[in-house]
Design a protein around this ligand. Structure first.
Ligand code: ADP
Ligand code: MG
Length: 618
């Protein structure tokens, strides 16, 4: 179903292949793949050497761009003009990456800490979206050369933990590169698809996807049944990967040569050179047993035994994350049917061995670990093209989504680890008589108080017809689409007044922050609970104070002076307790007021019924 169009610049007729391509936009390497004769293939460069495009962008003095291997060559000679790991900056503010600045060899700037970062090269500024778009353009050109036709549609993968801003940024980068991004897919989902897992409808299995890349580690547990992929849990470490292994070897060499780390690091070219040497050592050491080279009299030597000692800690950290993922999914290692290895760093035999030991089974490593995500993206693209009708994909949201309710409490609407796409709704009401507007503030996080969670956005439902407090019925609905982007709708059901927003948060949440938020929610559970119950008591008490004063007003004639005075006195005592922090005291005062007014309320009710019957005309 090739389309014909005309290239306006050249006036030539060009063929659009109609193919939807799959792209793995990685931190370290990116790849493009598509379905060729029913098989997913990753596209090599015209020289036929490699399917990997290093995710590196270089700008010369005239701002001409180089991407991939050509840019990687500039890391040593032009560290300030060579941008790597831009994926880490997608959807991030300067504030998010403040402590990581040393990690980047180029200049990251920001005018104010809340807005998204830019990268400064000479007098030019580039956003991470523009830089990612350069990588995507290079991939697009690569596949178009291979097909000798244009492509315009793509599926792009992202880590499962990417938040809204990061997914949007990825989508925008695609758009900027001239690609219509049909779907953003989670990397582990793509990897399992590459192994054909789930394509056979009758299989039911539980899969662990272990992804150790250049700078990140992710473990995802998937359940596949009836052609449906469901992510059970995800875990990982966003600063753990092959780069850390390189750094560990780097540190080891600095140490055995008796060098000063600060001095070496001040020389950016030299430190990049040592880093590249360390990467080389890492790749050959398992086969050769000993690596021995020099850089300017620096002895770059390491044995296999030392290498294993150095990376033991790193591998152990990944195993702890695996244990946590299993725990979150309520599974044990024995429940896992298959383990899929993803990411260049899983080529290390020691890693395979330890992970195989942990899960107690042989791991799946038949496919190139650095290609599987792109291959799976191509398969997903094929699903979208309508060629694989039986497959449906469900992913997962990593943090709970909810709104702020009275007293600053977080009310979760879509819980963490829910499948996407998903939607959920809940009804709320007003707390003040005649309230016309209602502010809806949307938060992401696991803590009981919104102050401890992250605000994604807010909006106001306007034009609620005046009604007594508690009467309006406001339905708030969260709709999380397949890309993990959230839409929030609010509707007052009695009047049909309605409003909606799509959440595009101002700046991204760093993954450490996300991990920290999860940890905080566990460590602070007890104190959160105390605060929550205090706030709940205060809310309830406030309602009772309001109800009591209404009651006094409405039943002025029925009540004796003494009853009115006593009620007022108890109400004042309750009010006083609300301004304190003693939950038990509030409850006690509430009980006292309730107890005293209950018989009065009964009497008032009887009286009101009697008078209404009396007054009725037939
Ligand atoms: P990402 O998903 O972060 O883009 P990749 O999956 O492409 O990363 O993995 C890149 C990492 O894999 C780099 O740190 C690279 O050094 C490492 N790597 C590639 N091949 C090997 C190998 N044979 N042995 C050890 N590490 C390797
Ligand atoms: Mg990867």
């Amino acid at each position: 179903m090739a389309k014909i169009s005309i290239d306006i610049q050249s006036g030539k007729v060009v063929k659009d292949s109609g193919i939807i391509i799959g792209i793995d936009l990685g931190t370290t390497n990116s790849l493009v793949a598509y379905m060729k004769d029913g098989l997913a293939v990753a596209v090599k460069d015209t020289d036929g050497k490699s399917t990997l495009v290093p995710s590196i962008v270089f700008f010369n003095e005239k701002n001409d761009v180089l991407v991939g291997d050509l840019a990687k060559d500039k890391l040593i000679s032009h560290p300030g003009r060579t941008i790597y790991s831009v994926k880490r900056l997608m959807g991030k503010s300067y504030h998010d990456i403040q402590n990581q600045e040393d990690y980047f060899g180029y200049k990251i700037i920001d005018e104010d800490t809340e807005s998204l970062v830019k990268i400064k090269v000479d007098q030019s500024y580039f956003t991470p979206i523009e830089l990612s778009a350069e990588i995507l353009k290079a991939l697009k050109i690569r596949v178009e050369k291979d097909l000798d036709a244009k492509v315009s549609k793509a599926v792009i993968t992202v880590p499962a933990y990417f938040n809204d801003t990061q997914r949007q940024a990825t989508r925008d980068a695609g758009k900027l590169a001239g690609l219509d991004v049909l779907r953003i897919v989670n990397e582990p989902t793509a990897a399992s698809l590459a192994y054909g897992i789930g394509l056979n409808k009758d299989e039911k299995q539980t899969i662990a996807v272990y992804d150790l890349g250049g700078g990140t580690f992710d473990i995802s547990l998937l359940q596949i049944e009836d052609g449906i992929f469901e992510v059970l849990s995800t875990n990982g470490d966003t600063f753990l990967g092959g780069d850390d292994i390189d750094q560990a070897i780097f540190n080891y060499w600095i140490q055995i040569n008796g060098l000063d780390m600060n001095v070496v690091q001040a020389n950016k070219s030299l430190s990049q050179e040592i880093r590249l040497k360390a990467e080389k050592a890492k790749k050959v050491i398992s086969k050769e047993g000993l690596f021995k080279e020099t850089i300017n009299n620096i002895n770059c030597q390491i044995s296999k035994e030392t290498f294993h000692k150095i990376i033991k800690n790193i591998v152990q950290k990944t195993i702890v994350a695996c244990q946590q993922a299993l725990k979150d999914a309520d599974l044990s290692a024995a429940d896992i049917d298959k383990v899929v290895m993803v990411g260049g760093s899983t080529r290390i035999p020691y890693v395979k061995e330890k992970i195989s030991d942990f899960f107690g089974k042989k791991v799946n490593d038949d496919l190139n670990p650095d290609e599987v995500v792109a291959l799976g993206a191509a398969i997903q693209a094929d699903v979208l093209a309508g060629n694989l009708k039986d497959v449906l994909l469900l992913d997962v949201t990593p943090l709970s989504l909810g709104i702020e309710t009275v007293g600053g409490l977080m009310d979760v609407i879509i819980p963490r680890n829910s499948k996407v796409p998903s939607s959920a709704g809940r009804n709320y009401t007003t707390s003040v008589d005649g309230q016309k507007n209602l502010k809806i503030a949307v938060y992401q996080g696991e803590r009981d108080l919104v102050d401890h969670n992250r605000k994604l956005g807010e909006f106001i439902l306007k034009g609620i017809p005046p009604m007594p407090a508690g009467l309006p019925k406001i339905e708030i609905q969260f709709i999380l689409n397949a890309d993990g982007i959230l839409k929030v709708k609010a509707k007052e059901l009695r009047s049909n007044v309605e409003t909606a927003i799509e959440i595009k948060s101002q700046y991204g949440l760093s993954e450490e922050e996300m991990g920290k938020m999860l940890m905080d929610s566990i460590t602070n559970a007890e104190s959160d609970m105390k605060i929550r119950s205090l706030l709940e008591a205060k809310n309830e008490a406030n309602n009772i104070v309001l109800a009591a004063s209404k009651f006094l007003k409405q039943n002025d004639e029925i009540l004796s002076t003494e009853e009115k005075e006593k009620t007022l006195q108890l109400t004042e005592a309750l009010k006083a307790s609300i301004s304190g922090e003693d939950k038990d005291l509030i409850n006690q005062k509430m009980d006292a007021l309730n107890e005293y007014t209950a018989p009065l309320a009964h009497r008032a009710l009887d009286h009101n019924i009697a008078s209404s019957i009396k007054g009725k005309k037939i």
